[in-house]
Design a protein around this ligand. Structure first.
Ligand code: BDP
Length: 690
């Protein structure tokens, strides 16, 4: 056992009860598969069912023809609506209309015990198959099933930050599974396994190269690499995942083919049209381009005095005839700012750049907005840009890779963080204008919408380095399919599928560890929403002043009297003014600003009293002592599970948890000592501060 099979090991179910319940289901029948590409997706669905049932039951299972199963036997049937009148007859008309392009219905036929998975299109059958396997795998009843599911978010995407030299920007689990030595990897088996993993949690789109597009990756859209891109796209296609590429905005220039990349120059427009035609002849269902422009030294339309709408629309125009889209990132700010300047606020940048452009983007452009205004910190407020452009399509961007949350050496289950983000009320259209309704496109009636997130996988055998970090990839997919699922539910599913149903103690212990982990990580790192305090560049480990005198715009302004960034309208940068409704006042006022974000919005004395009743400085001391203790508790709790998990798996996690416990102490001591020396205020409990 090495974790390679992730949550799809289809472990042999040990109990007699399980076998009694499910062993009848060993034959899979496909009714009415289409001739075109969809047949491959249905094949993936049927093959997965056979594989899963065989693994779990320890008995043979197979895909068979309809005629081969006697009517009296229970079997699993995959069918597209409209392909078979008998199947259509099983579902009320209303159900058939309710199921969208990617949704599915699952029903148990009371007479025969047959389970029917029905959908409007092949992708739905694939998702339905994985859903059913999840029910089997977590030991739930399949009697009288009456399930109807549609994904809440239309675009459910993973962004890879993989470079063609094989490295991964912000990757913590080995090298790229796509590239090595500036080419595609010859062996693509692993990509196929990855595509299965993605499909199993409902992901439908993937971009395979870094948003920072360097010289070699610029060539991905040329004849040199299009055959490889097409091969990879075909693998993903079998699992209903659409392929996208990140492109270099200055490609025509960098490839030496034109003297400019000005989006309003007809030669540039023609150049892109030409390229895009080539891409679509290689990959007819290509998704489109992801673009990071005019950000962190990447080229973009600003060079030519054009704005982001000019820039995005030019690409959109060229993609439109083929049904492609442009995913234009809003992570745009001045990364060369003077740290002495207290008025320029990086947090304000995305809103200031993009909000005025609302209504100017073509209909096949979608803006990708990071969840927070700064950069994937353990705690940030919600980006005020989300939902603030009612006439523009938007997708929410999350980060699965744990760049600022312990780099997959620390345990940090991010689903609770994402849930908070999705449940946040923006008040943009009155009460209930939550981020999840913005992301899904519902709030503004947006055609292109959804969620994208930066991948946390690499070629480490267990995909994510830290085995328990697999729960973040799993949880991301499950949560964006249905944001109504809870963090404990998702955690429990993942644990049961990964480790089996054998030990209740294991399930409860790991579940609680996952659920506590984000809060614990937050407690021993940067306090009260202030962010950063990490080592520059690689971002691992504590360094309170690592970014304090740099040009990246990420400061905490700690001095001997106080700490925090004044972002109020009254006396600060005015960032709070970007929020709608009562959020603006809530953050503006010290009385109502939530404790956990206090230092993001306000500069306060160390003696300022939080709502919790503690002073800021005592809160810092307490949380850091407690956090380090909790990290130690993780290691001990995991130790106690030694007998109930395969040794290999147990060992992997034990090593990481030991490192976390040690490293949490370093965090504790560096942060506590820094603040103690700055302010000279003793810890009320007299603990050792160095
Ligand atoms: C930051 C990363 C950087 C990325 C950038 C981005 O540190 O490596 O290039 O975000 O999102 O979080 O473009």
């Amino acid at each position: 056992e090495d974790g390679y099979l992730a949550w799809l090991p289809y472990r042999r179910q040990e109990t007699a009860e399980w076998l009694k319940r499910y062993k009848a289901y060993r034959q899979i029948v496909v009714a009415g598969a289409p001739e075109d590409g969809g047949a491959a997706v249905i094949h993936s669905a049927a093959a997965e069912l056979a594989r899963g049932l065989e693994g779990m039951s320890g008995l043979s299972a197979a895909v068979v023809n309809a005629g081969e199963v006697p009517d009296s036997e229970a079997y699993i049937q995959l069918a597209l609506f409209g392909s078979n009148p008998e199947i259509d007859g099983l579902f009320p008309e209303a159900v058939i209309t309710e199921i969208g392009a990617e949704g599915f219905a699952i029903q148990t036929d009371a007479h025969t015990g047959r389970i029917v998975i029905a959908a409007a299109a092949p992708a739905g059958l694939l998702y339905g198959a994985f859903h059913l396997l999840r029910l089997f795998g977590t030991g739930q009843s399949v009697n009288g099933l009456n399930i109807r599911e549609n994904p809440v978010n239309p675009l459910r995407m993973i962004n890879h930050w993989d470079n063609m030299d094989g490295s991964i920007e912000r990757g913590y689990a080995g090298k790229s599974i796509f590239f090595e030595n500036n080419r595609f990897k010859a062996d693509k088996e692993r990509i196929r396994d990855y595509a299965r993993l993605l499909a199993s949690v409902g992901i439908n789109a993937v971009s395979i190269n870094n948003v920072n597009v360097h010289k070699q990756e610029t060539l991905l859209i040329t004849d040199e690499f299009l055959p490889d891109v097409a091969e990879v796209a075909a693998i993903f296609r079998d699992f209903a995942v659409k392929l996208f590429l990140s492109v270099n905005y200055a490609a025509p220039l960098e490839m030496g083919e034109l003297p400019t990349a000005d989006p309003l120059d007809p030669a540039v427009q023609e150049w892109w049209q030409h390229r895009i035609k080539d891409v679509y002849s290689a990959i007819p269902d290509f998704g489109g381009y992801v673009v990071k422009a005019d950000s962190e030294n990447r080229p973009g339309p600003f060079t030519y005095g054009r704005d982001h709408a000019d820039g995005a629309n030019m690409l959109a125009e060229a993609l439109d005839p083929f049904g492609g889209i442009v995913i234009w990132r809003c992570f745009v700010y001045n990364c060369k700012q003077d740290w002495r300047d207290r008025k320029t606020d990086r947090a304000k940048a995305a809103y200031d750049h993009f909000k005025p452009l609302d209504g100017r983007f073509k209909d096949n452009v979608v803006l990708q907005v990071k969840n927070g205004p700064i950069d994937f910190q353990v705690r940030e407020p919600i980006s005020p840009l989300l939902g603030a452009m009612p006439s523009t399509h938007q997708v929410l961007e999350l980060q699965i890779t744990q760049e600022y949350t312990g780099q997959q050496r620390h345990l940090c289950y991010l689903v609770p963080q994402w849930k908070e983000i999705l449940d946040f009320d923006t008040y943009l259209k009155g009460e209930g204008s939550t981020v999840k309704r913005i992301a899904s496109g519902e709030l503004h009636g947006s055609r292109l919408a959804g969620i994208a997130a930066v991948s946390n996988i690499g070629d480490d055998t267990n995909w994510t380095g830290h085995l328990l970090a697999q729960a973040n990839l799993y949880g991301y997919g499950r949560l964006i399919w249905n944001p109504g699922l809870t963090s404990p539910e998702i955690a429990e599913e993942w644990i049961r599928l990964t480790f089996g149903n054998g030990s209740e103690q294991l399930i409860r212990t790991v579940q609680q560890m996952l659920l506590d982990s984000w809060g614990i990580y937050e407690s021993y790192t940067a306090p009260l929403g202030v962010g950063f305090m990490v080592n520059p560049d690689h971002h691992y480990g504590p360094n309170v002043e690592g970014y304090e005198y740099s040009m990246w715009g990420t400061y905490h302004f700690a001095d001997w009297q106080g700490i925090g960034v004044d972002r109020t309208k009254a006396t600060g940068t005015g960032y709070t003014g970007q929020y709608a409704g009562s959020n603006c006042e809530r953050y503006e006022s010290l009385e109502t600003c939530p404790d956990e974000l206090l230092l993001f919005f306000h500069h306060v004395p160390y003696t300022h009293k939080l709502h919790s009743g503690k002073t800021v400085i005592q809160h810092i001391y307490d949380t850091h002592f407690e956090g380090a203790e909790q990290a130690e508790r993780f290691a001990a709790e995991w130790e106690a599970l030694a007998g109930s998990i395969e040794e290999g798996l147990h060992q992997q996690v034990a090593e990481r948890l030991a490192e976390q416990a040690e490293h949490a102490k370093e965090w504790r001591d560096r942060i506590n000592t820094y603040f103690y020396r700055r302010c000279g205020i003793a810890d009320e409990q007299g603990r050792t501060i160095y």
